[in-house]
Design a protein around this ligand. Sequence first.
Ligand code: F6P
Length: 344
Amino acid sequence: MGKKLGILTGGGDCPGLNPVIRAVVRKGINEGYEIIGIKNGWKGLIECDTRKLDLTAISGILPKGGTILGTSRTNPYKKEQGVEKVKAAYKKLELDALIAVGGDDTLGVAAKLCKDGIPNIVGVPKTIDNDLSCTDYSFGFDTAINIATECIDRLHTTAESHHRIIVVEVMGRHAGWIATEAGIAGGADIILIPELAVDVEEVCHLLKKRHSRGKTFGIVVVSEGAQFKEGTMVLQEQKLDEFGHVRLGGIGEQLAAEIEKRTGYETRISVLGHLQRGGTPSAFDRVLGTRFGVKAVELVIKGNFAKMVALEGNKIVEVPLEKAIATLKTVDMDLYEVAKVFFG
Ligand code: F6P
């Protein structure tokens, strides 16, 4: 009987997931595996909802954004009988191994399942936030910063013409990688990230300083999860998802109103939101996703489980899943210092 390999994609989608799926299917079939696609992340395993992934199914998906398997933020540990259902489906499908592609939530579940009865799991890091530890980059990030940079460039020209401040809200829940890198690339005048709580007054001071040297416009890039020093700005309450994360969005609007009130400069807001996650992956993300997919199958063949594939320098390596999900990779402060040179 042939060997069976399952693959699922969980959490927020991002460009580069389809290149991983394609690579797993191509490499897996070459190595004699039948590949079972599990739909919609862990939800698909709870419900035993699958589709066969053969060469026809993956034909033409390399440049496509999103994931042909669908995704969800379902946490089996938060569902009634969720883990038992996952284990039953794994058995029913006669899987020999599972490749879980996701961020810290999806891979956190994978790490727990490795201990709770499904040991043969390999993780693949995905997130536009680039906040997974033990890997220099996760795919999706490069595409996201390129989109955000293009948007900042476009916003620059209209801000300049109208003599306005434009606040650009980008994704980044607990880590400000997108804000920092797209901000540097787009020439932002201020960048606000979750790692550093700021006083709104300092932001206004920098904008006034900029005006005093004759610049009548400005670009403020803010991560959706940016923090403000206590008492300097009250943020709205947010809803929680199944992994206990707040659903963010709206900080830019509040910040823009505060800037306009305190400086008197006309201030507008642009929320990039899911534009940063949609569309075709960059060449970098296609290559990284492809390398990760091939490496994940190699680990399955070797029986090297409870690992996550990772990029270290320019090498694809494997790291313990547990280690990868233990802490978040936050913005390197040396990089942020580079960004700060251009503030104000
Ligand atoms: O986890 C990636 C991410 O894009 C975060 O930057 C953002 O906070 C979140 O997903 C948004 O999630 P959703 O698409 O479920 O609203």
